[in-house]
Design a protein around this ligand. Structure first.
Ligand code: UDP
Length: 361
């Protein structure tokens, strides 16, 4: 029997771990699973709704660590996680993505000799000012099984000297969740709730520190959204970090912007599939829009997900008011075309589960 301990911490983790746990469940008594929630995101809108909608099991362990600087949060997760992993003695630690929980739990496991499988390995923005880039590089450096979503991930790891036998291109596990949830997403009533029509609105999300922590930059991006909102309504589900910055800086939103709280997965994806254009700085949203064939303007100087540009509907926009408005004008007449990247087929988690069950201790 294999003992597999999976970690979730923040919103983007839930849609990645849910299909993996489901695929491992198919092995019945050959696999014993444990789920640890670090508590990085902990409330109804950033965590609980995803447990319900994605049918995640209740966490076996909750570390209750939220807030704090990066160092404080990472250190506290490490302190709380060590006795938990020692208690459960798993054969594999499964971590996903690039949040502080990912790197903190990986560091703990590596020092006590528990093999680590990193899902979404190999992504690189080559921008060390992004905290996520540091988390990705450190986690990959100490992981035993590097499970990549696309071939660019493999190439990055090979270029860094990782031996090929540790790297497996398994596809995109986030798209597994999306494909499974599509019937529920199609039933979402969010368009009528917000009095919107399909193709008649823009969906915007912003939460990267480089965009929202600098008041001048946040002001410019909101000024651009205010101008877009003179043509089409802009739905803006606001991340808690962004809301507090908007309030503290007194930045005003135009009437055409529908500022709402963070949405559950079905409603958020219900909006995304019907949006004319999505404007974002999110990682996952770049992939989801590519799968759905919806035009995405990513307000960042770089992306760790270049396949969403080369094959998908994503375009990078240098952060700023004029650049965002220019890109908005451009994509209305010339929307990017889409090819679905290989292995974004709803079966990534099955491939991951098979690797975990077959390999290692
Ligand atoms: N999401 C959601 N509701 C929202 C915003 C996002 O359900 O209001 C989902 C969506 O699937 C997205 C994921 O949460 O891909 C992760 O979003 P986030 O932008 O927080 O994280 P990132 O991918 O940038 O790490």
């Amino acid at each position: 029997m294999k003992k597999i301990l999976s970690v979730v911490g923040a919103r983007p983790n839930f849609m990645k771990i849910a299909p993996i746990m489901r695929a491992l469940d198919a092995y019945g008594s050959d696999v014993q699973q444990t789920l640890v929630h670090t508590g990085q995101h902990f409330d109804e809108k950033m965590s609980d709704v995803f447990f319900r909608e994605l049918e995640l099991p209740k966490p076996d362990e909750h570390l209750g660590v939220s807030g704090g600087s990066h160092a404080v949060q990472t250190a506290r997760i490490m302190l709380e996680f060590e006795p938990v992993i020692l208690k459960h003695q798993p054969d594999w630690l499964v971590v996903v993505g690039d949040v502080n929980s990912t790197v903190a739990c990986s560091l703990v496991a590596s020092k006590i000799g528990v093999p680590i499988a990193h899902v979404e390995a190999g992504l690189r923005s080559r921008d060390n000012t992004m905290p996520e880039e540091i988390n990705r590089k450190v986690t990959d450096a100490i992981s035993d099984l590097l499970l990549t979503p696309s071939p660019d991930g493999d190439a990055n790891l090979i270029a860094e000297g990782v031996s090929a036998d540790r790297i497996h291109c398994v596809g995109n596990v986030m798209i597994d969740s999306l494909i499974r949830a599509l019937p529920k997403i199609e039933q979402s009533e969010i368009l009528s709730t917000l009095s919107l029509t399909a193709g008649g609105f823009v969906l915007a999300t912003l939460h990267r520190p480089s965009n929202v922590d600098d008041p001048q930059m946040l002001g410019q991006l909101i000024a651009a959204l205010n101008e877009v909102a003179t043509t089409l309504p802009v739905v803006f589900p606001v991340h808690p970090r962004t809301r507090s910055r908007l309030q503290s800086e007194g930045i005003e939103l135009a009437d055409g912007i529908r500022m709402v709280d963070p949405l559950g997965y079905f409603d958020f994806m219900g909006l995304m599939r019907s949006a004319k254009v999505v404007m974002t700085d999110s990682g996952g949203v770049q992939e989801e829009t590519t799968y759905l064939g919806v035009t995405c303007l990513t307000v960042r100087p770089n992306t760790e997900r270049p396949i969403t540009i080369s094959e998908g509907t994503n375009r990078l926009v240098q952060p700023g008011k004029d650049t965002l408005l220019a890109a908005w004008n451009e994509v209305q007449t010339n929307p990017p075309k889409r090819n679905c990247p290989k292995l974004w087929d709803g079966k990534a988690a099955e491939r991951i589960a098979a690797k975990l069950v077959q390999s290692g201790s």
